[in-house]
Design a protein around this ligand. Sequence first.
Ligand code: DGL
Length: 271
Amino acid sequence: MDNRPIGVFDSGLGGLTTVKELRRLLPNEKIIYFGDTGRVPYGSRSRETIAKYARQDIGLLLSFDVKMIVCACGTVSSVLGDGSGENLPVPFVGVLIPAAQAACALSLGSKIGVIGTTATIRSGEFGRIIRSIRPDARVFGNACPLLVPIVENGLLSKDNPIAAEAVRMYLEPLKNENIDTLVLGCTHYPLLYDVINAYLDYEVTLIDAGHEAARWVRSSLVSGDMLCDPQQTGDCQFYVSDTIDGFVQVAELFLGDTISQQVHRVDVDTL
Ligand code: DGL
């Protein structure tokens, strides 16, 4: 048994989709979430900058004595790669392997699409891992840089013309390839689930990378005998690097819950 909190980080708000799923799957666990809202987006930055920010984010979570670190960011997971936890004192999970495994397990025709930020698609990591699990897979990637600001501005309905047009623009080439499975390789994209599903005529299996990471966390904690005391009361403390007000408004959209009591501000210059 291990009553220490689970540490989760993202470049901003997207990782809250993972937190929501973790709270559903593991309601007794304590969670520390860091969203680097002062430096988001990571997805348009260089590998070096993303790796530096990720090291600082991980260092912050370790200072809270967490028992596991969850990188709920497609961009960081892709840039750091799947061996990134090797030198850490606690288990580390990103979204790459959980999402790739789910896509490979569920794809019927081996035609798998991957969407993510520019840095994620440029890294080619999702494709590499998918092909290592399923060598017959054909992987079609597309970077979707406008989807993050669309989500952050709350344009989430399939009837919203801006969201619908952006999704059409990015997914048309993948639809033309007749993909049967699509990895939502950025933790912001599940909020556009309805828009994406409608554009793909409800015929493509959508893989939510953040949710798959949350399921992976649960099975790792179970197999490592690291679950908390079942009598413990679950709780989530949020840390952000920009204003608390700005975070709370959109975070409540992601989480479907009110959170203002538990949000703290961090100065990234001290990380
Ligand atoms: N949360 C990031 C991801 O999953 C997207 C936002 C960003 O570009 O930093 O890739």
